[in-house]
Design a protein around this ligand. Structure first.
Ligand code: ZN
Ligand code: ZN
Ligand code: FE
Length: 758
């Protein structure tokens, strides 16, 4: 049909975008873009991501496609964009279509995001209809992971399902040009969740009531994004002491929330990298050097050089901190090691003995998610706990693996589910010795499986016979007739840091931690492994010492010190701190145990070596929380180049000469800080000496001991000065919270090899 001024023939493109593209304003962005380019077609969410069809002139379609990636919304992350030509349909407009479920596909759910500046501004504007409304949010901010029960990410699949939108909210929700277009948790005072204070007060609003309670030193359970916090005045030592007594947490530091960066600077020394993390959308707890003479109560982080600070991340936090005007202790609402409490009913039972009052709201939390904790070393993040703000973003593995569940470690448990080359690490789950934590493990597993539409083909776990996580792994494997792959603890640590960096060639791995089950039944923890995903060779380790009472020695560093002195042939002289604190009767029993090996487990633990050094230096003889002695010992280190020296042979690190030199220093009156530095430098020297015995050039540092920034820094600079490439953790923690990633990489690799052989 010949036409005058024939227009350019139309084309139709079908585009598919995967990555973090739901709940981050991606469809409104596509809609706006299509309007801008004058294109017709459609956009929608499905369980694989976002699908788009656009119709127009070919050059315009090309420009549209380019703009999709260049101008994507700030919170989105495009992992892939594919395009295919499809028949023209003659659409007249551009529309947003219903979400679709695709059963065998996966999209990435966004983590929970802190309140954005636009929403904060509206919340503080008396003329705004959401003035002082603590559940304000938009497509750029607010809850995601913790309220989403299933995909696709639409309101009926979230815990907002029970809040029908009012007319005003619905109008915003349906307006493609509004910041709240398709913002699933959209709400306002008329239609959305409400705040409550218990015991009920008719005279003041809930935030004011909470402030009054906090002001008189009470403890208030505050419902947040991923669970309850226990809050108290961080400048009131009596309130903090009461919280410690009730939580049965004697000395372990509490995290503190401050209203602004200015308030943070009053409490801690903060560099640019630390400040950037504090204000980041993830809003983690950042471990910072305490400022002397700050208004913080001394018992918030007693004996600890660091304090963990965070900024408000929900609108409610902002209202509360602004009204209270002082920093608040904000610690997980639980008993130590148990999962954080998330439901109102549960809170009023489990937190009844801990809190004097409750600041609640009626928006349910679908899964719990603790705060993330991060340390900064030389400008780079070193995660201590990866949870809220990060989960469930995946780590990209260097190869695709069959879908599997990795059950993780015993303490600070996280689990990992894989899909293709993506490893999805769960939020922090907790210590698996508690029954409550095991239930939380199942909840996290079911949730992640639902969001990812993954059915594991195998289960990976630690071979430790006593691990609760491994027990659950065996149960799941048996129930579904799935193969169980056990992955040695320290091998998993090394694989975790390799996977983070996408490294596939063999490395010289230093796995330094407190406890891990060795292939010989001993407690390992000072390991040098030549490793890749396919296997490892134990090249060297810290010399075994008998550990009387096994892991029970963890609480009593003086006993570990005495065992070390005994193994080194050094007499237990009364002037040594760990000897002085041990009654003669206990010494006699201990000596008999060491000589006969009765109830002793041989260990190469580096964590226990630090405990022994801290005890010998006189820092502390018993501990109230994990690694307390080592943390305080590190905190005393002074800048110095002096060092002790281990005897390093081909396959063993022998600490005997370090103990002799330390005792000589003690008797010569050398200060503890100097001894601490000499000790840290000696460990780093041993790492360099052992690394230098091998041909390989990549060194991987993992295990909980590498949360020690002083040690990590010296190791890194020594190794790099000698031409090694050093792999350290930046995404998952070096402690057992990162273990599941290594288990997944190793087990996945093993399953791949089996498939190839078949
Ligand atoms: Zn917002
Ligand atoms: Zn409304
Ligand atoms: Fe470990």
């Amino acid at each position: 049909m010949p036409l005058a001024n024939a227009p350019t023939p139309l084309h139709r493109l079908r585009l598919r975008v995967t990555g973090v593209v739901q709940g981050v304003g991606f469809r409104p962005f596509v809609y706006g873009l299509a309007l801008k380019f004058g294109l017709a077609g459609l956009v929608g969410n499905d369980s694989a991501g976002v699908f788009i069809e656009v119709e127009g002139a070919p050059d315009v379609l090309a420009a549209f496609q380019a703009a999709l990636t260049h101008a994507a919304p700030p919170l989105s992350r495009i992992d892939s964009l594919t395009a295919a030509s499809v028949p023209v349909r003659g659409d007249r407009a551009f529309v947003i279509v219903e979400s679709r479920v695709i059963s065998d596909a996966v999209t990435l759910i966004s983590p929970d995001l802190c309140v954005c500046d636009d929403c904060l501004r509206e919340m503080l504007d008396p003329a705004d209809r959401r003035y002082r409304y603590p559940f304000i949010n938009c497509t750029n901010c607010g809850p995601r992971f913790t309220i989403i029960a299933d995909i696709p990410y639409d309101r009926p699949n979230t815990t907002m399902a029970g809040f029908p939108m009012c007319e005003a909210c619905a109008a915003e929700y349906q307006d493609p040009l509004n910041r709240r277009f398709h913002a699933q948790p959209i709400a306002c005072p008329r239609c959305g969740p409400q705040l409550m204070f218990l015991p009920h007060r008719a005279d003041v609003d809930p935030v004011a009531a909470a402030c009054e309670a906090l002001t008189v030193g009470n403890i208030v359970a505050v419902k947040g994004l991923g669970g309850f916090h226990l809050a108290c005045d961080a400048t009131n030592p009596a309130a903090v002491a009461r919280l410690r007594a009730r939580k049965q947490r004697e000395e372990k530091p509490f995290a503190v929330m401050v209203h602004t960066m200015d308030a943070a600077h009053l409490l801690a020394h903060i560099d640019a990298a630390e400040a950037a993390l504090l204000v980041s959308r993830e809003r983690p707890i950042v471990l910072l050097a305490k400022r002397a003479g700050s208004p913080l109560a001394g018992n918030v982080a007693p004996g600890n050089p660091a304090v963990g600070l965070m900024l408000p991340y929900t609108p409610l936090h902002d209202l509360l901190l602004a009204a209270f005007g002082r920093p608040l202790v904000m610690t997980s609402g639980n008993l130590s090691g148990e999962p954080i409490v998330k439901d109102d009913d549960e809170a009023q039972v489990r937190l009844a003995a801990l809190a004097d009052a409750f600041l609640l709201h009626d928006r349910p939390i679908h899964v719990s998610c603790d705060d993330s904790v991060v340390h900064v070393m030389d400008g780079m993040p070193l995660p201590v706990r990866r949870s809220r703000g990060a989960a469930p973003l995946p780590v990209t593995l260097p190869f695709a693996v069959p879908s599997l569940l990795a059950a993780g470690g015993e303490l600070k448990n996280t689990l990992c589910l894989t899909r293709d080359n993506l490893a999805f690490m769960s939020q922090h789950i907790g210590d698996m010795e508690h029954l409550e934590t095991r239930a939380a493990f199942h909840r996290a597993y079911d949730h992640l499986r639902a969001l990812l539409r993954v059915t594991p083909q195998a289960i990976a776990c630690d071979p430790h016979p006593g691990y609760g996580a491994s027990h659950l792994a065996r149960e799941i494997a048996a129930a579904h007739a799935l193969p169980l792959v056990t992955v040695q603890h320290h091998h998993a640590h090394i694989a975790a840091v390799m996977a983070e960096h996408g490294v596939t060639e063999p490395v010289i791995g230093f796995a330094f931690d407190g406890t891990g089950y060795g292939t010989d039944g001993a407690i390992w923890g000072g390991e040098v492994l030549i490793a890749d995903y396919g296997g490892f060779r134990r090249a060297a380790h810290l010399r075994y010492v008998p550990l009387p009472g096994g892991d029970a020695a963890v609480q009593r560093p003086y006993r570990v010190a005495l065992a070390h002195l005994w193994a080194a042939g050094i007499p237990w002289d009364e002037d040594l701190a760990p000897v002085a604190v041990c009654p003669p009767s206990e010494q006699r029993v201990l000596l008999r145990q060491l000589e006969t090996g009765l109830n002793c487990v041989p260990t190469s633990s580096m964590g226990r070596l630090f405990d022994a050094a801290a005890a010998l230096a006189g820092v502390r003889q018993t501990v109230r929380y994990e690694a307390q002695a080592a943390i305080e010992f590190e905190g005393l280190a002074l800048p110095s180049q002096a060092r002790y020296a281990f005897t390093v042979t081909g396959d063993e690190i022998d600490p005997a000469p370090v103990w002799r030199a330390m005792i000589a220093d003690l008797r010569a009156g050398v200060c503890i800080g100097e001894m601490s530095t000499r000790f840290h430098n000696a460990v780093a020297d041993a790492v360099l000496a052992l690394a230098s015995q091998h041909e390989r050039q990549i060194v991987a540092l993992s295990g909980g001991v590498f949360q020690n920034i002083t040690l990590l820094r010296v190791c890194r600079s020594l190794l790099e000065a000698h031409g090694f490439r050093v792999l350290m953790h930046h995404i998952v923690p070096p402690n057992d919270g990162g273990l599941a990633l290594g288990q997944a990489a190793i087990a996945g690799h093993q399953l791949l090899q089996l498939q190839i052989k078949r």
